[in-house]
Design a protein around this ligand. Structure first.
Ligand code: 5AD
Ligand code: SF4
Length: 459
């Protein structure tokens, strides 16, 4: 979401004459777009600001801005902690950025805007790719969250849930496709409740419309709250040919007592039932999740239930985090905090277990042909895997696994046909924990991936 917001920020500043640069030394303005999801992310912001402070000393006209969730959370306090900052703008202020910057340029005043409304009124127009063609882009379809999980800062820093209008979303995707984008990832804290507040057609209806956009090859989305994952959306995985075979379905914990105290509104059994439904419709669907270890009151038994659930589901990948107290989040007041060293140990166990599962899953793909959307080419690092030539292509399977392909080992005539945005069959030769390695399938066959995940070869 911050990647998308950063693009919006750059787009908003373009009419003022600002262009992106890759070096802070050359910049007239540095905007730090921030994340407040865990304390560590907030610490990173202030240590980064400490580093750019030196640049401001050397060049007093440099404008330093802080945007996003930390700006929203800390407001004026950012100016106290980092006196060289000129601008603090919250998550609802991106559209007002041009006028805020104008004020700073003209009056050299320090400005704070952390006002939040019930909706974010957006500027029109797509954030079109800058420079080189980008194959895959993020696109926010909803703002905010009304779920109030007890550990989470999002409802306080991103405000109430609101959905963008479907015609804006569709026009934006069309614009992206016209600029060479082939895959979009639709973003929202809980895409399943898309449009409900506004009385709009639901998320599945939106997916159907996006699926009809010519030139678009793949659709992804994140995140779905398990409590709201509807039968209708599950069915879409069997029906919509562009919808990728991957769902990110954060479970957070495998223990029902903890889920209750997290205010997640589902039990582990209900969660597992949704997983079964997904796999019935789409047997090869990749499933990833988020886990929090050390939520206040989490016992060894609760943690064991989480490990059990991870094994039962057999995730394709996991993001695991140590619980972190957040301002305003109710869990911050909960007693029975788990000791840091116990959290470290639990995190380690989760990561180790998942690594074995991921590796086994990836290995099961060796010998299979997977459809890969090629994203980029780069010179191979010295000592890289396989191949003797100079370059390698990288892309992703529908299940969101990264695949590297050596450019020099492509069968005759194939390499020339590959470029960013091509969707090609790739024979998987090797599997690692975080990537696959394969060769463009030289059989001349085109791989068609059926809606249920079965791949078939048609000569
Ligand atoms: N502490 C640790 N992890 C958190 N997450 C959200 N809030 C916290 C917190 N206070 C994790 C959840 C969420 C992911 C985006 O970040 O797992 O799904
Ligand atoms: Fe946070 Fe829960 Fe909303 Fe996700 S659903 S953003 S975890 S409050």
């Amino acid at each position: 979401m911050n990647v998308y917001d950063s693009d919006k920020i750059a787009q908003g500043l373009d009419p003022l004459g600002y262009r992106l640069t890759d070096s802070p030394d050359k910049a007239d303005m540095i905007i730090v777009n921030t994340c407040a999801i865990r304390e560590k992310a907030v610490q990173k912001v202030f240590s980064y600001l400490g580093r750019v402070a030196g640049l401001k000393q050397a060049r007093p006209n440099l404008i330093i801005g802080v945007g996003g969730c930390v700006a929203q959370q800390e407001g004026e306090r950012v100016l106290k902690r980092a006196p060289y900052v000129d601008l603090v703008f919250g998550t609802h202020a991106i559209g007002r950025l041009p006028s805020l910057v104008d004020r700073i340029e003209k009056k050299r005043q320090r400005v704070v805007d952390v006002e939040m409304g019930t909706r974010i009124e957006e500027s029109d127009g797509a954030v079109v790719p800058r420079g080189e063609t980008e194959v895959s882009r993020f696109l926010t379809i909803m703002h905010g969250c009304d779920n109030y999980c007890t550990y989470c800062v999002v409802p306080y820093v991103r405000g109430r849930e609101s959905s963008r209008w479907p015609d804006h979303i569709l026009a934006e995707i069309q614009d992206l496709v016209d600029n060479g984008v082939r895959e979009v990832t639709l973003l929202g804290q809980n895409v399943n409740s898309y449009g409900q507040k506004e009385g709009l057609p639901d998320f599945t209806a939106l997916l159907e419309k996006i699926n009809d956009i010519d030139g678009l090859k793949r659709i992804r989305f994140t995140t779905s709250h398990p409590k709201d994952l509807s039968a209708n959306l599950i069915a879409a995985f069997g029906r919509l040919d562009k919808l990728c075979q991957h769902i990110h379905l954060p479970v957070q914990s495998g223990a029902d007592t903890i889920l209750k105290r997290m205010n997640r509104n589902y039990t582990s059994a209900q969660y597992l039932d949704k997983i079964n439904q997904l796999r019935t419709i789409c047997p090869d669907i990749a499933i990833t999740s988020d886990i929090i270890v050390g939520f206040p009151g989490e016992t060894e038994q609760d943690f064991a239930a989480t490990l059990d659930l991870i094994e039962t589901v057999g995730y394709d990948g996991l993001f695991a985090f140590k619980y972190s107290d957040r301002p305003n989040a109710p869990a911050t007041q909960f007693s029975e905090k788990v000791a840091e060293r116990d959290m470290d140990e639990r995190l380690q166990k989760v990561l180790e277990l998942q690594e074995t599962i991921t590796l086994a899953k990836n290995r099961s793909l060796v010998g299979q042909t997977q459809e890969v959307l090629v994203e980029s080419y780069r010179l191979k690092p010295a000592g890289g895997n396989g191949g003797t030539g100079s370059g390698q292509w990288t892309g992703r399977t529908s299940t969101n696994k990264i695949v590297h392909m050596p450019a020099d080992e492509a069968p005759q005539g194939q390499a020339g046909n590959i470029g960013p945005g091509s969707l090609i069959p790739v024979l998987i030769k090797k599997a690692f924990a975080h990537s696959l390695w394969g060769l463009p399938d030289g059989s001349g066959a085109r791989t068609a991936i059926g809606p249920k995940g079965e791949s078939s070869h048609a000569a």
